[in-house]
Design a protein. Structure first.
Length: 360
């Protein structure tokens, strides 16, 4: 059996990387990759090999905007039940987090799945709203439940997003010179290899889809380095044990039937065309934004402003590291987060605070 933490094999990869005399900047687009990098000290090891790795917009909670968190908070304030994941409930906004709303007496429930939220709706006459956050990894679960016979008091505040349009936006902005991309394993399990091929073709950038063990990332960087050395720009799949070229056709079909792409802003980005998932007309009776439009349209836009001093947006574009933010570890901590990058377990600031060398 292949051991994904085989020290001898890892040392061989590192030795070969060092022989190449590299000077590369690579970006990954996955919070779990960031966790592996920092937890196992791979970030420092790669730097010693001449490879700098930045985190991109790969944390779904982090890229969700203040506006969306405010929408959920105001719905909770109106006496509606809001159910969502733990990280989402902790994310701060200009009116506080959903957990802050619960502390003020609002009915906010932490759930582990959209199915849990439906069960809550089945046991009450009150309206139950599930705040659905995530990329193509979790969107199929939301889509599938919406195709079932649901209680009339259930709806979804849809904040799902597509990853490929964000990559186009990131590379198109040209703010940061990148030599390669490490693509997310979980998302790629759903969407497959094909959506990345256009990116390599347009931007002439090497890409590798990678798993989440230390050896996965070592191999991904080695594969990128080999592409660069041979002047290639293609998509390679290191995570062959889970990712197929065509992805997961059943999951893709369910998503296609329930969601339609629309233009939406990401934290740190302008509006990215066709990067958001919106419920199709057939399912709009479950769309919380349609059902509670009278509440949401009254929210003053001043609440949608990003927190002052927070550099989450720049971190998500790979422009800065957590330690570059003056709030990191001082004003902003996991117990008192200013931005979502310190909240989510996939956020660069949370991961750096947890595992990185303290410089504050």
């Amino acid at each position: 059996m292949f051991r994904f933490r085989d020290k001898a094999f890892a040392e061989k990869i590192v030795k070969n990387l060092r022989k190449m005399g590299l000077n590369l900047r690579v970006m990954h687009v996955c919070g779990t990759h960031q966790d592996t990098l920092v937890r196992y000290g791979l970030d420092e090891l790669f730097r010693q090999c001449g490879v700098e790795i930045r985190q991109g917009p790969g944390c779904p909670v982090c890229v969700t905007t203040t506006k969306e968190f405010c929408e959920a908070a105001f719905l909770a304030r109106e006496g509606l039940i809001v159910a969502t994941y733990g990280d989402v409930a902790k994310a701060p906004s200009q009116v506080g987090s959903l957990l802050d709303q619960r502390a003020e007496g609002c009915d906010v429930r932490i759930v582990y799945s959209v199915e849990d939220a439906v069960k809550i709706a089945e046991k009450t006459s009150k309206d139950v709203i599930f705040m659905a956050v995530g990329f193509e990894t979790t969107a199929p679960s939301t889509a599938k439940i919406l195709m079932e016979d649901l209680p009339e008091n259930f709806s979804v505040l849809c904040c799902h997003r597509y990853i490929p349009p964000a990559l186009h936006a990131l590379l198109g902005m040209g703010e940061l010179k990148l030599d390669g991309l490490i693509e997310p394993g979980h998302v790629s399990t759903i969407i497959g290899v094909k959506p990345y091929e256009e990116i390599s073709k347009i931007y002439k950038i090497p890409q590798v889809i990678a798993g989440f063990e230390p050896l996965d990332l070592l191999m991904a960087v080695y594969m990128l380095a080999n592409q660069i050395r041979h002047d290639e720009a293609k998509v390679e799949n290191e995570y062959v044990r889970s990712v197929r070229y065509e992805g997961n056709p059943k999951a893709l079909k369910v998503m296609e039937e329930v969601f339609e792409p629309f233009d939406i802003a990401w934290r740190g980005f302008p509006i990215i065309p066709k990067s958001g998932m919106r419920l199709r007309k057939k399912f709009e009776k479950y769309d919380a934004r349609k059902r509670f439009e009278d509440i949401l349209e009254k929210i003053d836009e001043k609440f949608f402003e990003e927190p002052k001093g927070c550099r989450c947006g720049e971190i998500l574009r790979g422009l800065v590291n957590p330690e570059d933010c003056p709030l990191f570890g001082r004003v902003c901590t996991p117990d008192k987060p200013v931005g979502p990058c310190m909240v989510s377990v996939e956020g660069a600031c949370n991961i750096q605070f947890k595992y990185g060398k303290r410089k504050f």
